[in-house]
Ligand binder design. Structure first.
Ligand code: M6R
Length: 614
């Protein structure tokens, strides 16, 4: 995802510092990079699609080398293709400001229409440029940069971390703001700095101020004044950062996996929020292949995927059947490719993959195509083979997933499948706009609930569960209905990174075999959220207890907690989306078990992040 840096110094130049900062943010993944540099002449912007080396080459020798202020950006495209023009920084019509942005401005279309009507000409396809023009317009009304940013942000709906510079008679001004994506600032007696990640700050000082949502920071040499978006001032105390650079590449987290688990609320917002059309009770993917006429003729769905992506596919099956009333076949890609599958007329084959490079998934997609299916991909990597080969793609916006154990890609895949189920249902006329509206609103309600799941209370409850169960011989994960695939995913996570034997089972199937395994050294993780089958799962928990098994219940069903040895509370949500909440404690459980056992969490033995061979 995008990275932001900014610097203001007393003497010398900020150029090399900005470039170095951008390099430190490269791990986030990007497709273009740019800087805005301010010297006595004004603002110079250089931006290039591709790697940072291309940007460096574009910065001609000595150009703006005396710049005392600047901002920089690595872009991970959301609105508009990766190109020189869409790369950040962006500016207003008069070139008074330069702006970099990480996030999504959800109401950019309506703001753009308003600006265009007032005569503004846009240079890029980005949502960011809207904000650049709004800030420029406020400056031309006589506001200073801080006031202009505050006034402009009051018009904006969405998630952002931004930084803006402008020139004033007194010198450069540098202001930044956060609502969602991370942003930190640091000051020394000779400078002031900002970045998406402390990694780019700790070379200046280890005393770093992490901005909170709704903060706007006005940076001066040796000082950062922090304001709330309502214009009130606030004091933020810097925190001492003790990491070495290797650790710092993971942000404030000890492992990429933990960082990625914590990114999930933002990933949901990036994947879904700009596609939700509340007024229509529908989803607009903004890409070809998902219009009414594209989808109306679909009579059957075939899902293919591997590993965690397959578990997302199992959840998708409940959604496609239950919401869009379509029959669904689903298979391991590695099985599908060597079967002789029957593809019915008007089948849409959907391949789900984080990397878009998994050999079995690609082969299965090709086979489905050969057999006459139309194809679609749910994928996290733009430009991957899967995306190039599928007839249509829904991109999950999870950002680069570095931990081998897939976490944020999974919840993004489930959200994407839910959106596709709603779109299919609306296109097929089996869902009214009113019912559609309720469903899409549930997605928005999910973000704060995910944040709650990642708050200190629940995280430490899960850590405690891991501590108490670390010496257990085995784990059986049970779930029913739409949470049965979550049981599969919980077991896979635990196996992958802590090397503990674990199985996922439909809870109702337990009595047909796995019940023989139950004894005190076997922990049963029962997923039970309020919904269609919670009473059934409760009976399954009783069956385990009667045989001396240790039960950890996870979900919103309070009565299950009362009959379990331990429990983790999950907030109530729509049953369709409960897998996204219920999987979070399972990811954390696997993480803490692996940590207690001293395993190499981000690089578990024998596993590769992307399985490009059979
Ligand atoms: O890149 P893909 O989503 O196609 O990868 C599929 C599986 O290899 C992947 O989900 C694997 O199971 C993960 N290590 C699970 O954590």
């Amino acid at each position: 995802m995008c990275g932001i840096v900014g610097a203001l110094v007393n003497e010398g130049s900020v150029v090399s510092d900005l470039i170095e900062g951008l390099r430190l943010l490269e791990y986030r993944g990007y497709d273009s990079a740019g800087v805005a540099l301010m010297d006595a002449r004004g603002i110079t912007i250089r931006r290039r699609a591709g790697r940072i080396e291309r940007l460096e080459a574009a910065l001609a020798e000595n150009e703006a080398s005396s710049a005392r202020a600047g901002i920089g950006h690595t872009r991970w495209a959301t609105h508009g293709v990766p190109s020189d023009t869409n790369a950040h920084p962006h500016t207003d019509t008069e070139g008074r400001i330069a702006l970099v942005h990480n996030g999504i401005i959800e109401n950019y279309a309506e703001l753009k229409a308003e600006l265009v009507a007032s005569g503004v000409k846009f240079q890029s396809e980005t949502d960011t440029e809207v904000l650049a023009h709004l800030i420029g317009r406020e400056l031309s009304r006589g506001n200073d940069l801080l006031q202009a940013v505050l006034a402009s942000l009051s018009r904006v709906r969405g998630y952002y971390a931004i930084a803006a510079i402008t020139k004033t008679p007194e010198g450069p001004r540098l202001v930044c703001a956060r609502q969602g994506p991370p942003l930190a600032v640091a000051v020394t007696k000779d400078g002031a700095y900002l970045a998406s990640d402390v990694l780019a700050l700790i070379k200046h000082t280890r005393d770093v101020t992490f901005l909170e949502d709704g903060d706007v920071a006005d940076l001066h040499i040796g000082r950062a004044d922090v304001w709330r978006t309502d214009g009130t001032s606030v004091v933020r105390v810097p925190k001492r950062v003790e990491w070495d650079p290797e650790e710092a590449a993971k942000g404030t987290f000890p492992h990429y996996m933990l960082k990625e688990i914590h990114e999930q609320p933002d990933v949901l917002a990036h994947t879904a929020f700009d596609k939700i059309k509340e007024e229509k009770g529908d989803i607009d993917f903004g890409v070809p292949g998902f219009s009414d006429s594209d989808l109306r003729g679909i009579e059957r769905i075939a899902v293919v995927a591997c590993g965690t992506a397959l578990h997302a596919g199992y959840i998708a099956r409940y959604m496609f059947e239950g919401l869009a009333r379509l029959p669904v076949d689903i298979d391991y890609a590695s099985e599908f490719r060597y079967r002789d599958p029957v593809i019915a007329r008007n089948t849409l084959a959907i391949a789900i993959s984080q990397s878009g490079e998994t050999a079995d998934t690609l082969a299965a997609l090709r086979k489905a195509k050969e057999l006459g299916a139309r194809t679609a991909a749910i994928c996290n990597v733009e430009g991957s083979t899967l995306v190039r080969e599928a007839d249509a793609t829904i991109l999950t916006r999870a950002g680069p997933e570095i931990g081998v154990a897939s976490t944020k890609a999974f919840t993004a895949q489930v959200a994407a499948a839910y959106m596709l189920a709603v779109r299919l249902a609306r296109a097929r006329g089996v869902l009214t706009p009113e019912a559609g509206r309720e469903l899409v609103l549930e997605l928005r309600l999910l973000r704060p609930r995910m944040e709650q799941m990642l708050g200190e209370r629940i995280v430490s409850e899960v850590r405690e569960v891991a501590e108490k169960n670390q010496h257990q011989k085995g784990f059986l994960f049970l779930g029913r209905g739409i949470n049965y695939p979550v049981a599969l995913e919980g077991a896979l996570k635990l196996k992958e990174i802590s090397y503990v034997h674990a199985e996922g089972y439909p809870a109702g199937e337990m009595k047909h075999g796995p019940i023989a395994l139950i004894e005190p050294s076997m922990s049963i993780v029962a997923l039970n959220s309020t919904g269609l089958v919670h009473e059934k799962v409760r009976s399954n928990i009783e069956q385990v207890r009667a045989r001396g098994g240790r039960v950890i219940s996870i979900g919103s069903d309070r009565e299950s907690w009362a009959i379990s040895d331990e429990h983790v509370e999950v907030p109530e949500s729509s049953e369709w989306l409960s897998p996204i909440l219920n999987v979070i404690p399972l990811q954390l459980l696997a993480y803490h078990m692996a940590s207690l056992k001293g395993c190499d969490i981000d690089k578990p033995r024998n596993l590769a992040k992307s399985v490009t061979v059979e």
